[in-house]
Design a protein. Structure first.
Length: 167
């Protein structure tokens, strides 16, 4: 969160992109719902193929739940905003200045996944790789950081909060 706040304070113009942010945020929310639907549809087949992921995900959900619903609902938007300021704001922008957008998308998704390795969860790393690629593609397509923030927040809420309520 400190990194995201620093980027917000010291970031240069262009960090938010030049897209139509309100329309793009709505698009981002829809993308977040599609990503969440895909995640939930893939949950059973993927965990059936790789049973160790089910235990790994159970641990992640338990750790997430331990914060309490109120803390989650307050902190989740802040964490998403700060993550996206860093990853799809500053880092994505730096990568796209140095390489073609497909390479920047792959590099950004890989770096985002690698940043989750210290948590020790293979499921989180794989999910971060896929989600990071989707969010980087959305940032490239819309040129709007609010679009990516909306997609990330909707996906997190559906997969991390609502999905737990029905399991």
């Amino acid at each position: 969160m400190l990194l995201g706040a620093a980027i917000l304070v010291f970031g240069r113009r262009g960090l938010w992109g030049n897209g139509e942010h309100v329309r793009s945020a709505i698009t981002g929310g829809l993308v977040g719902l599609l990503m969440a639907a895909g995640t939930l549809l893939l949950f059973e087949p993927v965990t059936a193929l790789f049973p160790a992921l089910r235990a790994d995900l159970a641990e992640l959900y338990a750790a997430f739940r331990s914060a309490g619903l109120l803390a989650i609902l307050v902190l989740m938007p802040l964490v998403v905003m700060c993550e996206e300021l860093a990853w799809r704001g500053a880092i994505h922008r730096a990568l796209t200045r140095r390489m073609s957008w497909p390479r920047a998308l792959i590099a950004g998704a890989a770096l985002y996944a690698i940043a989750h390795v210290p948590i020790g969860s293979p499921a989180l790393v794989l999910t971060s790789l896929g989600a990071g690629a989707c969010w980087s593609a959305l940032r490239t397509y819309t040129d709007s950081l609010p679009a990516v923030m909306a997609a990330h927040l909707v996906w997190n809420f559906v997969v991390l909060v609502l999905f737990q309520l029905v399991r």
